[in-house]
Design a protein around this ligand. Structure first.
Ligand SMILES: [Ca+2]
Ligand SMILES: [Ca+2]
Length: 266
């Protein structure tokens, strides 16, 4: 009996510090550019009804933890990305922005632990960008780790006319093939990509996008690509449900040809 108690105590003693040591935020693994998670615009000028879908809460698990995100920008628009330590958090984030090829564009790492780090810049072209958020570990910094030292990551447009819209919808049929690995939902105009949607539970999707007319393109592996024109309102929502159809398989094509009499005429 004593032996059993000893093992239970030993198990609790060992598992408690391990759970702290290996705690990680919900966006992990995201330690490399190809693992970057998608982040959407937050409306900082008014009511933000999609706060949970746009503001991301991250933390640094240990000194090897960096957090990569990806997002889309529009040429000549001014953006801000900020890493804002949560109340009582003492993490010390630094931020670096990269272009679509992974080339560094801007970096900022000047504020002490617990203070907001941010970069404001004007996009030189439309398309994909990346940000790497890292904990400052040099001799002037005071890095603090774990979920109690979390930070909020916020991407926004900064000028008075910084309006944008939201695109939501549901893909049906909602089957196993409609998953994050197989599905890509983007907006395009004149061949340029302006935004990408996150696939949520039950095949719902969500994204932020410039206001105006765009092509919404949905690709699910094994299904015929879906495309439609959408008109995105300023700080409004366009709800666009998507019905996808399976690509015909070779045996279906042969069956169809037989049905149409191709076999008879041979
Ligand atoms: Ca992290
Ligand atoms: Ca990470």
């Amino acid at each position: 009996m004593m032996k059993k108690k000893f093992f239970i105590c030993l198990f609790i003693f060992l598992s408690f510090p391990l759970s702290i040591l290996f705690a990680s935020d919900q966006f992990e693994p995201d330690n490399s550019i190809d693992q970057a998670s998608l982040i959407h615009l937050t409306n900082i000028n008014g009511v933000n009804e999609f706060q949970d879908d746009t503001i991301q809460i991250h933390d640094f698990t240990n000194s090897n933890d960096v957090d990569w995100v990806r997002f889309y920008v529009t040429e000549s628009v001014r953006y801000k990305i900020e890493a804002d330590p949560e109340p009582s958090s003492q993490c010390d984030p630094g931020i670096e922005i990269f272009d679509s090829d992974g080339q560094p564009l801007h970096e900022d790492n000047i504020k002490p632990s617990g203070e907001i780090e941010s970069i404001e810049w004007t996009a030189s072209s439309t398309g994909l960008r990346f940000a790497k958020i890292y904990q400052c570990t040099n001799s002037n910094c005071n890095p603090q780790y774990g979920p109690q030292n979390a930070y909020a990551l916020i991407l926004s447009k900064t000028e008075a006319s910084a309006a944008f819209g939201y695109i939501t919808g549901k893909i049906s049929p909602c089957i196993d093939s409609v998953n994050a690995a197989n599905t890509r939902i983007i907006t395009q105009h004149n061949q340029l990509i302006y935004g990408e949607a996150s696939l949520l539970e039950e095949c719902y999707f969500f994204m932020t996008n410039e206001a105006g007319k765009f092509q919404l393109n949905v690709q699910v592996v094994g299904f015929i690509p879906y495309s439609c024109e959408i008109n995105v309102p300023e700080i409004g929502i366009v709800d666009n449900n998507v019905v996808i159809q399976k690509k015909p398989e070779l045996r279906d094509v042969i069956h169809l040809m037989r049905y149409l009499g191709f076999e008879k005429n041979k």
